[in-house]
Design a binder for this molecule. Structure first.
Ligand code: FBP
Length: 547
């Protein structure tokens, strides 16, 4: 395999570990825990994994003896920078516990466990992938692990390979499933532990215990580099408005973090749209006003950041999508049989009057995108909805009306971008390289200590890595009941942008100035070598949240 010069240099990077993981480790258990909501219901559903204590690692005087063990690992869902370092941390942690330990990787996501597709991850393989982006070491997939026959199929291969524990590296849904699997294996006394790891560029798997999901740091820095480049181009040519959609299936953390890094002219935060009950027209009017105000100053250019999940946060659209989800869950097979040119009418005929009217009013493309097949977790595939084009078209129409009315005098020429896949496999920043390696290492210690139904956690992340605090969080602690695919299910509560939180407040405090002035900031590319203030800064979100 030909490698770039950076890849070769970067392979030699030794990620930093928290102090407690460097020598001999002991576990310290805290108080029993409760789920964040719906405690009685969740306790009933998870009798074996509910209420377990928080676990913290500390240095121990003596090394404990651990019998050799085999461990399996799965990468689940969307790629996030640092996944390979979770694997290398897990591998090194296991080898430190006992050099006879072995690690197996299930291929292409949870489906690999069910279908018995795996490889043994040897030192040679792991070494090839240290500090690299991507999930290609074993591939990823979105198969939802939720059915008893899948758990039983998985058990066959786990028994055959004599695997004691499985590590599932995934987002909120995958960690929810990890806990369901942990509970099932515990209830059946199968002797197999399941440990989760908080992954997702979306940054929405976080709470009092999990400060950030891995990959968010690198992905946001990668997008911010490119948005900064666009801003510089924009400020040089002074003739385009750039409508930039940013990934983040649901929450607007990525858009918010990028805004704090690049200071664009306009940023939509979906959570604010929902809280203020804004309509699509309200949003369009506000953007058009920003364009008109800048035009009045002679600035016919600018940047607008749009979170990918916006459409589901516009209250009227949200109600429509909820009904559409239930409809497609109930009548998906029948719908699939309907010829493409009749599908729109079929949906209109099967929706309630108010939602049918909204659906009928949507442009053909957006309506079609909303009715496309759901992902395996029952979500609309929002990354396929071209909100950046929808908004710029509507802003253009509004400005044209205002022009006729003499309220607007500028020129409006829009360009569109969608940044998502560009950042998901970037080589991990120093932060993500260290954080992920520490998470993997943490998982090995949780396994050695017999834990199941826990998520690996590393905290105190704005301090230098050696002061990070590693341990485990019972996954049930993060659960609440939510409606999924038409049914109430226990799931990890997704962390949306907190409208009382410091990152959002920092945006609000500055956005009027950024709208009017051209206050762009150009972060440049992620740096791996050089001064610490250039290479090792965590995200602005984390810094503001922890300040
Ligand atoms: P995860 O939640 O699995 O980490 O994936 C997040 C994400 O990158 C979203 O930002 C995006 O909406 C989605 O994946 C895209 O899915 P796919 O990879 O299937 O195209």
């Amino acid at each position: 395999m030909t490698k770039s010069a950076l890849q070769i240099a970067r392979a030699a990077y030794q990620p930093k570990l928290p102090k407690a993981l460097r020598g001999n480790v002991k576990t310290v258990a805290g108080e029993p825990t409760q789920s964040v909501a719906d405690q009685e219901e969740i306790k009933k559903l998870f009798p074996n994994t509910y209420g377990m204590p928080l676990i913290k690692f500390e240095n121990a005087d003596e090394a404990a003896d651990f019998a050799p063990m085999n461990v399996g690992v799965i990468l689940s869902g969307g790629q996030a920078p640092g996944g390979h370092n979770v694997m290398s941390g897990l591998f090194d942690g296991l080898k430190k516990l006992n050099p006879a330990n072995r690690l197996y990787g299930f291929l292409m996501g949870p489906g690999g466990l069910v279908d018995h597709n795996y490889i043994e991850l040897t030192a040679d393989i792991i070494d090839e992938y240290r500090n690299t982006g991507g999930f290609d070491i074993i591939g990823s997939g979105r198969t939802k692990l939720e059915k008893v026959d899948q758990f039983e199929k998985g058990l066959e291969i786990l028994k055959e390979l004599n695997i004691k524990a499985v590590v599932i590296i995934g987002g909120d849904d995958s960690n929810t499933n990890a806990c369901v699997l942990a509970e099932y294996y515990a209830a059946k006394n199968y002797g197999i532990q399941v440990i989760g790891c908080p992954k997702t560029i979306d940054g929405d798997l976080k709470n009092d215990q999990i400060e950030t999901s891995f990959g968010f740091d690198t992905a946001c820095k990668t997008y911010s580099e490119v948005i900064g480049n666009i801003e510089r181009d924009c400020n040089s040519a002074r003739k385009y408005w750039h409508f930039i959609k940013l990934m983040g299936r649901s929450a607007s953390h990525i858009a918010l973090e990028c805004a704090l890094q690049v200071q664009p002219n306009y940023t939509i935060i979906s959570e604010e749209v929902e809280a203020k009950d804004l309509s699509l027209d309200d949003i369009v009017t506000d953007i058009a006003q920003t364009v008109a105000d800048r035009a009045a100053d002679g600035n016919n250019f600018g940047t607008v950041l749009i979170p990918e999940g916006l459409i589901e946060f516009i209250p009227a659209m949200k109600r429509l999508i909820a009904e559409l989800n239930d409809l497609l869950a109930a009548k998906g097979a029948e719908f699939a049989e309907i010829p493409a040119n009749k599908q729109r009418q079929y949906i209109i005929d099967n929706l309630s009057k108010v939602n049918a009217e909204i659906y009928a009013s949507l442009p053909e493309g957006v309506a079609r995108q909303l009715s496309l097949e759901r992902d395996p977790h029952g979500h609309v595939q929002v990354s396929l909805i071209e909100t950046e084009k929808l908004l710029s078209e509507m802003v253009g129409n509004k400005l044209a009306t205002w022009k006729k009315e003499g309220k607007y005098v500028g020129k409006f020429s829009a360009l569109h971008h969608f940044f998502g896949y560009e950042g998901r496999c970037a080589a991990p920043s120093n932060f993500d390289a260290d954080y992920c390696y520490s998470l993997g290492f943490t998982a090995s210690v949780l396994i050695a200590n017999g834990k199941t139904g826990y998520m690996a956690s590393v905290k105190n992340l704005t301090a230098p890595a050696e002061q990070w605090i590693a341990g485990g969080i019972p996954i049930t602690m993060m659960f609440n009941m939510e409606r999924r695919n038409g049914e109430m299910k226990p799931v990890i509560r997704k962390a949306l942008v907190d409208l009382n939180g410091a990152p959002y407040k920092a945006l609000v405090a500055n956005r009027a100035k950024w709208a009017k002035e051209t206050a762009f900031v150009y972060p440049g590319p992620i740096q791996y070598f050089g001064p610490s203030e250039v290479c090792d800064q965590p995200t602005k979100t984390l810094q503001l949240e922890k300040a």
